[in-house]
Design a protein around this ligand. Structure first.
Ligand code: NAD
Ligand code: DAU
Length: 377
């Protein structure tokens, strides 16, 4: 029944399949779970696309509650075998192609992974948890589908996305995520699969791939390279510190009602240009001006706008606050300071992503199995 709350409590054993755990949010989530839920067993299924980075979990790789499996969420045989072998009762589904610009130049992988991959996971969970006769197993099972505020489209100068806002995706990325949300919801309504959905705003923080605005600007600004601002820089995003998002996901898993969706946001609306200027100022203060003596704002370069660029996103996160008692803890100014500090303190992580050597880490850790050219895309 919709709204039925979960049986799980802090302290109960969960056997969790995390998909996409080597990505930005997934890696932060896996680490948080291993450090805060000692009774949970985590199986991290990740294909290691260009966005997957095993180094992001190097510090927890040997944790007894953790197992990494390299593989594709579209591989039904593999997914089924993981459910059987590990007795999976919880899925936290992050794996996706996540970058809007890439979806504009090459949508194929977005359709495959985000739609077909989600379908494969839902179908496997249905067979494993509901069986032939319906609800015969998996009483405490939960399938949490991690989604985005981009499914709601673009706002004008005012207003907020709520859980009842009509879907209006406008990029191949957001259309593929909207499609996966619809599938997840359909599996709840049709089969009674215990699905929960979260729709979150823009995350920032440690381990984010430097194609996304904030780490891209930090990296370019450190190297004295141009800082590309799309259009007039007036597009607005609602920024959330990644660990606040991860805490919200745990809250929804433990206390959320099945069949429900929850909007998650940071109450931090900022124009892109403001974000870039703030990063420049923090870096100038922490590492000094450029060798030329110029402040880093001098690197800001307005470039051709993203096709179909959504103007404004803003989340009304009132439901998760009222019903589950979650609000973000990190302020934007402190979160940005900590994020810049993290990238400065973790230059080897950043540099290995920029020079591509992070792709060697898998082979060094697990031997032989090279990453193919197709997988390097
Ligand atoms: P990311 O691109 O950093 O990581 C994606 C991960 O999924 C990578 O580790 C990649 O190797 C893996 N992956 C991709 N295709 C796969 C496949 N076919 N099989 C198995 N693994 C595969 O993404 P992210 O920014 O961490 O986002 C995670 C999820 O959160 C996505 O579903 C995204 O839509 C959603 N989300 C992201 C944000 C954000 O601001 N980053 C905000 C809201 C929602
Ligand atoms: O809103 C949630 C979404 O946030 C997630 O679903 C996506 O997975 C995630 O990638 C992010 O999407 P955005 O497109 O908002 O993030 P991105 O960092 O790519 O861009 C943020 C804003 O900055 C956007 O308005 C485009 C702009 N931008 C981006 C880049 C990379 C620039 O102006 N210059 C840039 O170089």
């Amino acid at each position: 029944m919709k709204g039925e709350t979960t049986l799980a409590k802090n302290g109960e054993i969960r056997r969790v399949l995390v998909t996409g755990g080597c990505g930005f949010i997934g890696a932060n989530f896996v680490r948080l779970v291993l450090n805060s839920r000692p009774d949970w067993q985590v199986v991290n299924l990740d294909k290691l696309t260009y966005a997957g980075n095993l180094q992001s979990l190097a510090d927890v790789a040997a944790h007894p509650g953790y197992r990494f499996v390299r593989g594709d969420i579209c591989d039904q045989e593999l997914v089924e075998s993981l459910f059987g072998e590990h007795g999976i009762d919880t899925v936290v589904h992050f794996a996706a192609e996540s970058h809007v610009d890439r979806s504009i130049t090459g949508p194929d992988a977005f359709i495959r992974t985000n739609i077909f991959g989600t379908f494969t996971l839902l179908e496997t969970a249905r067979k494993a948890w509901l069986g032939e006769k319906g609800r015969e197993g998996g009483a405490q099972a939960r399938f949490l589908h991690v989604s985005t505020d981009e499914v709601f489209g673009s706002l004008g100068a005012t207003g907020y996305f709520t859980e009842t806002t009509c879907y209006d995706p406008r990029s191949p990325y957001s259309a593929s995520k909207a499609s996966s949300d619809h599938l997840a919801r359909a599996y709840f309504h049709t089969y009674g699969l215990p699905v929960l959905i979260t729709n979150c705003s823009n995350n920032y923080g440690p381990y984010q791939f430097p194609e996304k605005l904030i780490p891209l600007v930090i990296n370019n600004a450190l190297q004295g390279r141009p800082l590309p601002v799309y259009g007039d820089g007036g597009n607005v995003r609602d920024w959330l510190y990644v660990l606040d998002h991860c805490e919200a996901i745990i809250r929804v898993l433990e206390q959320g009602g099945v069949g429900e969706s929850y909007n998650i946001g940071g109450h931090n609306e900022r124009k892109n240009l403001e974000v870039v200027e703030l990063l420049c100022d923090i870096l100038d203060r922490r590492v000094g001006f450029l060798p030329s003596g110029q402040p880093r704002r001098s690197l800001i370069t307005f470039v051709r706008d993203r096709l179909g660029h959504d103007r404004r996103y803003a989340i009304d996160a009132g439901k998760i606050d009222r019903e589950l008692g979650w609000t973000p803890r990190m302020s934007f100014s402190e979160g940005m300071e900590q994020t810049v500090a993290w990238y400065l303190e973790n230059r080897p992580w950043l540099e290995s992503v920029i020079d591509g050597s992070y792709r060697e880490y898998y082979r060094n850790m697990y031997g032989g199995n090279e990453i193919s050219d197709e997988e390097k895309q």
